[in-house]
Write a protein that binds this ligand. Structure first.
Ligand code: FPP
Ligand code: K
Ligand code: ZN
Length: 486
């Protein structure tokens, strides 16, 4: 891949006036030099059957190619054919998304905690200090909390695991005691116990559907807030012998969500989707040392095969499921699975995987290099996912409007592509101890690849499990670890 470049030389100046400094700085783009053919040409082997699926796929390639080939008029491309991350515009877009929103957002009222997390997270990834939002967020979050535990989208709205997860992450992002103390941990814990089901999974709200989002969001909340794992006697999963806790059966629930394709579905016996792959890995990584829990419950080689199939050429971004289109948000949901898997496979002291899933009876080899094309994902993100107009923000693909959701997950994916995480050797075999929960994660910029972006485009690392910066995760967890009782 690296040897095959499209050799395009910059145009030679026609006369003297073309060479003066001013003319060059005014030019809106440079011809791309070093773009591997992989990202500018259709795949060599193509299925001849034309269907509506293949047609929309071809249209998507047509839409993306000019951006990937360095031909968009509004971008300034570097010699690799990659534009800069337009931080200034994205930051402006995200700050204004945290202000008053126009009336058409009324329909999204129940998702207000999400909008807060998405915008704050995107800003934090770009290095912005979001603590100035603390006071406003504390006020807003108070009004979203229900006495019965959990947070809804706003005053008097039903508590939902996803909005609770989003607001907890948002509070972690702004940080500080005032933000942490908003959360009524005792009622939150008893509400989670009500959501816990006898089959190991969680309902997403009382009486609502049970899916893998419930397992991941609950695990994140429990760990960040250092909640007890004990069940209340009124929990649907409670047993009198005291053997069942909030984490019992979660691993088996996740196992039942792995499909024949190798990917993960939202519930057992449904279609594999990238968003749920991230939830599955995240949930398992929070049960204990992910080097043991992931291979114990998942067929890792098949999962890696499915995850890898989500990255397309020439677009180089990820799709969420088989036969669907690339979309910037899967840079996180799918792309974000790789740093965690890579860390599990390559960190020194990784335990013998042969003890895990039967399919792993053959030990997985250590990963010598990236399990996905980081270069490709970075190209898709910087070339195709930036709104290059005044509006700013990041998007699904060219032709789509930018929004806070895509800004958050495109930037999270960029962070995953630019970094490499490692887990310190773990000394204990007991998954339930705090020692395995507080594993030591370290991160470095990813260096073993051709770096197609300029150094100033490096964004902040985000934690491969909690999807917030490491220091924010550590601050909230250590705050609640230091607390006795509720
Ligand atoms: C399909 O959308 C999308 C899904 C089936 C799952 C969406 C779920 C999430 C993005 C997040 C879940 C995680 C948490 C932590 C709450 P589509 O049909 O519009 O898109 P597609 O064509 O790309 O599949
Ligand atoms: K989509
Ligand atoms: Zn999307």
């Amino acid at each position: 891949m690296k040897s095959s470049f499209q050799q395009r030389s910059p145009p030679q100046p026609q006369d003297d006036s073309e060479t003066d400094e001013e003319c060059i700085t005014e030019r809106t783009h440079y011809p791309a030099f070093m773009i591997p053919d992989l990202f500018t040409q259709l795949p060599l082997v193509r299925d001849a059957l034309v269907t509506s699926t293949s047609q929309t796929q071809d249209e998507t390639v047509d839409t993306c190619l000019p951006y990937l080939a360095g031909e968009d008029e509004l971008f300034m491309y570097n010699l690799h054919g990659v534009p800069n991350l337009d931080r200034e515009r994205h930051i402006k877009f995200l700050h204004s998304s945290l202000g008053r929103l126009p009336g058409r957002f009324l329909a999204a009222d129940a998702s207000r905690p999400w909008f807060l997390y998405w915008a704050l997270s995107a800003l934090a990834i770009m290095g912005e200090d979001v603590s100035s939002y603390r006071e406003a967020l504390v006020d807003t979050a108070r009004g979203m909390q229900n006495e019965t535990g959990g947070f809804g989208g706003g005053g008097k709205q039903t508590s939902h695991i996803a909005t609770t997860y989003a607001i907890v992450l948002a509070l972690a992002l702004v940080g500080g005691e005032d933000a942490f103390e908003v959360i009524d941990r005792k009622s939150l814990w008893s509400w989670l116990c009500e959501l816990k089901q006898p089959d190991g999974g969680f309902q997403v709200f009382l009486g609502g559907e049970e899916d893998i989002r419930g397992a991941y969001c609950t695990a994140v909340i429990i760990r960040l807030l250092n909640l007890p794992l004990d069940l209340t006697p009124t929990s649907p999963a409670w047993t009198s012998d005291g053997t069942v806790d909030l984490f019992s059966g979660v691993g088996d629930y996740v196992r039942r969500c792995q499909t024949f394709e190798g990917g993960i579905s939202g519930q057992p016996n449904a279609e594999a989707h990238g968003a749920y792959a991230f939830c599955a890995l995240g949930a398992l990584a929070l049960l204990g040392d992910p080097r043991r829990t992931i291979p114990r419950y998942l067929d890792v080689p098949r999962l890696i095969s499915w995850l890898s199939s989500r990255q397309y050429a020439p677009e180089a971004g990820f799709s969420g499921r088989t036969n669907k289109l690339v979309d910037g948000c899967y840079s996180h949901w799918v792309g974000g699975c790789f740093p965690l898997i890579e860390a599990c496979l390559s960190s020194p002291g990784a335990p013998d995987q042969a003890a895990g899933h039967p399919a792993n009876a053959v030990r997985l080899p250590p990963v010598p290099e990236s399990l996905f094309s980081r270069e490709g994902l970075i190209r898709y993100i910087l070339c195709c996912c930036q709104d290059q107009s005044k509006r700013g923000g990041l998007r699904d693909k060219p032709g789509k409007m930018s929004d806070a959701y895509h800004s958050c997950y495109v930037l999270s994916g960029l962070s995953s592509a630019q970094h490499q995480w490692q887990l310190a050797p773990s000394g204990t075999e007991d998954d339930s101890t705090a020692a395995t929960v507080d594993l030591v994660w370290t991160v470095l910029p990813y260096l073993d690849d051709v770096q197609v972006f300029d150094q100033k485009n490096l964004v902040r690392p985000i934690h491969p499990v909690y999807a917030i910066p490491l220091h924010s995760q550590q601050a909230i967890r250590s705050y609640f670890l230091a607390k006795e009782g509720f």
